[in-house]
Design a protein around this ligand. Structure first.
Ligand code: CP
Length: 318
C-alpha cells in the first residue's frame, strides 16, 4: 500500500464544515488505499493494535456503529460499546462525566452519536483523546458525507467538480444533508435541495445551494439523487399532512424515475422508509448504490480513525 501524504492536523473530527478540500481528499485517498489493501494486502494496513475505541451511542444506529466497529477491528484495535439504555446515563450521569470515565478507563478515542447538536464539539473540549462525531442531532454527520462523496467519486469516475447532486426530502432536520452540502461544495459539485417547502426552507440558499421545489426540474439534470428519510423523531410539529401525501407528492417511484437521466445514480444514507421517500423497485434496482455506501463506510471510517489516532495528540504516543 502506498503511503498517503497527509496535511491532517486534527485530533477530532467534528464537522465537515471545518474541513478544507485537501483534508476531505486525503481521507478519500487513504480510504481508497485501505479498500485496495483489504482486497490484496491486508498485512500492509497501519496498526492500531493495543488501542481501544469506545463507541458511545446515545441514539440508535445500525450502519454507523457497526461500520466504526468493523473499521477499528480491521486496524487491529479493540472496541467497546456504551449504549444509553445499558449505561449510567439512565441514572442521570452527565455526558461530561461519562466521557471522563471513558478517558479514565484509558480508551484511546470516543465515537459519539448523540441527539444534541454540538455534543461532539463539547466533548472534544472535555477530553484529551480524539472525539469523532457519529451524528449530533440535526447538526452534522461527517463520516456519512465522507462515505457518500467517496461513493459518488467511485461511481462517477473521480472528481465531483461540476457534478449536479439533488438532495430530496427532509432537509431541515437532516445532519446528513448539512454535512453533504458542505462536502459537495468543497469538492466542487453543485447542490440542489428539494422537497416540501416546510422541510426545505429558503434559508438554505445561504449555504450556497439551489432551492428548487419543483421536483421534476430538480431531478431532470441531476447526476446523483440523494433521498433522505422523514425524521419523525426530530419534528416537533407536523410539516406535511401525512406520509401518504408525502409519498404521492415527493416519493421517488417508477413514474418519476422516467424524469432522471439514464446514468443518474440513487443514494440513501439509510434507514429507508420503503414506499415513502423511495419505492422498493428503485431501492433494489440498478441505479441504487445504497449498499455500496454502507460498504464504503468501513474504509472511510478506517481512514478517519487512522488519521485522528495518528495525530500527536491522538494517543499514538501513549
Ligand atoms: N446512515 C446512518 O447514520 O444510519 P444509522 O443510523 O443506522 O447509523
Amino acid at each position: 500500500m502506498n503511503a498517503v501524504e497527509t496535511p491532517w492536523d486534527r485530533k477530532d473530527l467534528i464537522a465537515i464544515e471545518d474541513l478544507r478540500r485537501e483534508e476531505i481528499e486525503v481521507i478519500h485517498e487513504l480510504a481508497a488505499s485501505f479498500k485496495e489493501a483489504l482486497q490484496n494486502d491486508p498485512a500492509s494496513l497501519p496498526s492500531l493494535r493495543g488501542k481501544t475505541i469506545l463507541n458511545l451511542f446515545v441514539e440508535p444506529s445500525t450502519r454507523t456503529r457497526l461500520a466504526f466497529e468493523i473499521a477499528a477491528k480491521r486496524l487491529g484495535a479493540d472496541v467497546a460499546l456504551v449504549e444509553r439504555a445499558a449505561s449510567s446515563l439512565v441514572k442521570g450521569e452527565s455526558l461530561r462525566d461519562t466521557a471522563q470515565v471513558i478517558e479514565a478507563l484509558q480508551a484511546d478515542a470516543i465515537i459519539l452519536r448523540h441527539s444534541a447538536a454540538g455534543s461532539a464539539h463539547y466533548l472534544a473540549n472535555v477530553v484529551d483523546i480524539p472525539v469523532i462525531n457519529a451524528g449530533d442531532g440535526a447538526h452534522e454527520h461527517p463520516t456519512q458525507a465522507l462515505l457518500d462523496t467517496f461513493t459518488m467519486r467511485e461511481k462517477l469516475g473521480g472528481r465531483l467538480d461540476g457534478r449536479k447532486v439533488t438532495i430530496l426530502g427532509d432537509i431541515l432536520f437532516s445532519r446528513v444533508a448539512r454535512s453533504n452540502i458542505f462536502a459537495l461544495q468543497k469538492l466542487g459539485a453543485q447542490v440542489t435541495v428539494s422537497g416540501p417547502a416546510t422541510l426545505v426552507p429558503e434559508g438554505f440558499r445561504d449555504f450556497g445551494v439551489e432551492v428548487n421545489l419543483d421536483l421534476r426540474s430538480a431531478l431532470a439534470d441531476a447526476d446523483v439523487v440523494m433521498l433522505l428519510r422523514i425524521q419523525h423523531e426530530r419534528q416537533t410539529s407536523t410539516h406535511f399532512p401525512n406520509l401518504g401525501e408525502y409519498q404521492s407528492l415527493y416519493g421517488l417511484n417508477a413514474e418519476r424515475e422516467a424524469w432522471l437521466k439514464p446514468e443518474t445514480i440513487i443514494m440513501h444514507p439509510g434507514p429507508i422508509n420503503r414506499g415513502i421517500e423511495l419505492d422498493s423497485s428503485l431501492a433494489d434496482g440498478g441505479r441504487a448504490v445504497i449498499l455500496d455506501q454502507v460498504t464504503n463506510g468501513i474504509v472511510n471510517r478506517m481512514a478517519v480513525l487512522a488519521l485522528c489516532l495518528g495525530h500527536p495528540k491522538g494517543g499514538a504516543e501513549r
